[in-house]
Design a protein around this ligand. Sequence first.
Ligand code: SF4
Length: 188
Amino acid sequence: MAKKTKDEINAADVSAQLERLARLTRAASYVSGLNPAQWDALRYIARTNRFSNSPKALTQYLATTKGTVSQTLASLVKKGLLTKIIRAGNNRSVALTLTELGKTTLRDDPLLHLEHAIDNLSGKTKRRFARGTAELLDMERQRQNQPGFGTCQNCRYHREDGQIHKCMLMGEELSVAETKLLCVEQTP
Ligand code: SF4
């Protein structure tokens, strides 16, 4: 068996570091009267498109249970951070929307500390880190058979004709801003 060189990356160390980073980040998420699950939900609703802002899609995104999401959403509604309304044309579906207070609260998102730290990495490290984490996430979600939650840019249903963007799956036009949001239906 080939001997390991001094510079060789130890995958066990890297996975332990990733796991600890995730733990520390979650431990620092009990701020502004919210818990980590509530921050997760607010972030998701802020980043998702109008086809994906449902409790069901949120449950899939967080890979959790319907009951947990239901409790989280009820407390966010009670705090005035989001609204749940019946979706137009579908009585059985609920659309989740951030209130103005919800949007303001996200300005104090504890995850911003990590975002700034990533931004401060050197260009090459940041690019490699971004590529590496995206590949790892993709492998793990495929192994667990979870949806990708990508954006329109890499979706087979996205059509662009000049300034017009269209979703061929939903048969609807999309604004440029919407093409950059997460979608539960995204299909590479
Ligand atoms: S084009 Fe794809 S990613 Fe965009 S809204 Fe349609 S299904 Fe979702």
